[in-house]
Design a protein around this ligand. Structure first.
Ligand code: SAH
Length: 248
């Protein structure tokens, strides 16, 4: 049980597996005005950077679940490195259907809303773990510009233009689900570059170290096409943000 290998190769050196810089992650934590001791649940917690740094900086406690054994292991190491291993727990597993034993103040899913079958399903899942008056965090792409043709949407890694909304429509969709949007922090092109361009050096180093690996041909092809694909499509058309929601 794990995620496709291309991610654990290209993102093996990432602490944040999303187009957010450490500064933006800290801004988000500050924006939420968390009380020390607040409990945070994170579905698809990756390498645990959000929970670990928020435990260090804002005194939260946290539970993260992630399907990648590598990322989960990195999260545990990061917790020890930051001296918060007694406050955060990382579980390796499928987060689909996961409900916390003890309800939380903040329930998050950043960049993994397929876990609940889409944004609405993930909000429904997170809500089952949330205390009344708690905050749901959803990290999700949106179109900065509407793709002029379907091949542009596919160039951005989407199956179709209809996979994502424009920002006003995405915000309105939360309202349609009876949630107030109470905060948001958005990626920008520089923070997207940190996410995407960092993969290229990681892939190049991996190729140099593993020339005979059976997967090398695929990584080589990905590295060869990625910079131009990213500049032509994702960087131009795709936005990403984390939206803080409270039930009305
Ligand atoms: N929220 C993290 C990671 C986002 S990347 C961050 O911002 O850094 C998406 C993550 O979802 C990856 O770490 C991947 O391993 C994880 N994932 C994918 N499918 C999953 C599932 N069914 N259950 C739990 N985690 C999953």
């Amino acid at each position: 049980m794990d995620i496709p290998r291309i991610f654990t190769i290209s993102e093996s050196a990432h602490r944040i597996h999303n187009p957010f810089t450490p500064e933006k992650l800290a801004t988000l934590g500050r924006a939420l005005r968390l009380d020390a001791g607040a409990r945070v649940l994170d579905l698809g917690s990756g390498s645990g950077e959000m929970l670990c740094t928020w435990a260090r900086d804002y005194g939260i406690t946290g539970i993260g679940i992630d399907l990648s054994l590598l990322f989960c292991g990195q999260a545990k190491l990061r917790a020890e490195e930051l001296g918060v291993a007694d406050r955060v727990t990382f579980i390796h597993g499928d987060a689909a259907g996961f409900i916390a034993d003890e309800k939380v103040d903040v329930a998050a899913c950043l960049g993994a809303t397929w876990i609940g079958g889409g944004v609405a399903g993930t909000i429904g899942l997170l809500r089952k773990s949330l205390l009344p008056g708690g905050i749901i965090l959803i990290g999700e792409p949106y179109w900065r510009r509407l793709p002029p043709a379907e091949n542009v949407a596919r160039g951005c890694g989407a199956n179709a233009t209809s996979d994502f909304l424009m920002l006003p429509e995405l915000l309105a969709s939360f309202g349609d689900l009876c949630y107030d949007v109470v905060e948001m922090v958005l990626a920008d092109q520089d923070s997207w570059d940190r996410y995407e361009a960092a993969k290229w050096l990681t892939m190049r180093r991996w190729l140099d170290a593993n020339p005979d690996d059976e997967y090398a041909k695929e990584v080589r092809a990905t590295l060869t096409r990625e910079p131009v694909r990213y500049a032509a499509y994702t960087r131009k058309y795709l936005g990403w943000g984390v939206f803080a929601l409270m039930a009305r």
